[in-house]
Ligand binder design. Structure first.
Ligand code: DHK
Length: 148
């Protein structure tokens, strides 16, 4: 059976492509979703791609993933720096968790340097642009032992 990877995106990432392209690039979130779907298929994985601007919705999706997904890739966006609720939800998930930031948060304002999610993540990718999602998918495949 195909393993499922939930790819979760936090607030303001729905505006990817038009939002500060000098920082986040010109690709839209649906471009990223379709690149992830293509790579997931090559890797023998099923990718489920979600975005919400609401912390509680992200918590619900993470809770649901306990039964519905084998790994989580998450770009918590601004909630990286504020959300104990998302960290707590991820701590109840047993599979691999990979954290992605499109920009290099360590090169930006000090308040972006700390991520609560990194306290749970098995790996963190920052500053690789939207390619970070694809790198995280490859890592999820190897952690899940899926066929390349
Ligand atoms: C996205 C955001 O929306 C910011 O709030 C984070 C992250 C960085 C990113 O680089 O993908 O600080």
């Amino acid at each position: 059976m195909r393993r499922t990877v939930l790819i979760l995106n936090g607030p303001n990432l729905n505006l990817l492509g038009t939002r500060q392209p000098e920082i986040y690039g010109s690709e839209t979130l649906s471009d990223v979703a379709s690149r992830c779907a293509d790579l997931a298929a090559q890797l023998g994985l099923e990718a489920r791609f979600e975005q919400s601007n609401h912390e509680g919705v992200l918590v619900d999706l993470i809770q649901d993933a306990r039964d519905g997904a084998d790994a989580i890739i998450i770009n918590p966006a601004a909630y990286s720096h504020t959300s104990v609720a998302i960290l707590d939800a991820l701590n109840m998930f047993d599979g691999p968790v990979l954290e992605v930031h499109i920009s290099n948060i360590h090169k930006r304002e000090t308040f972006r340097h700390h991520s609560f999610v990194s306290g749970r993540a098995d790996g963190v990718i920052a500053g690789f642009g939207t390619e970070g999602y694809l790198l995280a998918l490859r890592r999820a495949a190897s952690l899940l032992g899926a066929a390349e």
